[in-house]
Design a protein around this ligand. Structure first.
Ligand code: NI
Length: 164
């Protein structure tokens, strides 16, 4: 496994549509493992393949809950319900955060790294993470959808509240 370089905003690759993964070969498995290692190394809760410069439909997500790590191929949101609003950041957009509206609950259909089809029901932060990462596969970033930017002062305030 290896930590890969994360592509930053301004690079065209982040704005392109990724191609589906048709064969689950060693190269894709290595990609998925490198993505997970990179996400953990950078303290992220999700990463999409275009963020490491690979235009394939693959994501990893780990929001630190009991579900652990998801490594998914060809993920799609097949159902979305309700609404939630929260703060998001992105490893490709360093030091910025925004308030984004997302569905409260989603159902994601995908293939696992073992090649097994799965349907995952997610809510809260996990639902947000799936929406955020799947958006990357179509060249969409949270800043395209954000209600507004979060200022450094607000961020400092929120971090303070979280510690208290
Ligand atoms: Ni992102």
């Amino acid at each position: 496994m290896a930590i890969r370089q994360v592509v930053k905003i301004g690079d065209d690759v982040l704005r392109k549509t990724s191609r589906p993964v048709d064969v689950l070969n060693r190269r894709i498995l290595t990609l998925l493992d490198d993505m997970a290692e990179t996400m953990y190394a950078k303290d992220g809760v999700g990463l999409a393949a275009p963020q490491v410069g690979v235009l394939r439909r693959a994501i990893c997500v780990d929001v630190g809950d009991e579900n652990g790590l998801f490594q998914l191929i060809n993920p799609e949101i097949v159902k979305a319900e309700g609404e939630q609003e929260g703060m998001e950041g992105c490893l490709s957009i360093p030091k910025r955060h925004g308030i984004v509206k997302r569905p409260a609950r989603v159902t994601v259909r995908a293939t696992t790294r073992a090649g097994k089809p799965v349907e995952i029901e997610a809510e809260g932060l996990l639902a947000v993470a799936f929406c955020h990462e799947i958006d990357h596969l179509d060249g969409t970033m949270y800043i395209d959808k954000q209600e507004r930017e979060v200022t450094d002062e607000e961020l400092a305030e929120m971090q303070k509240e979280n510690k208290e």
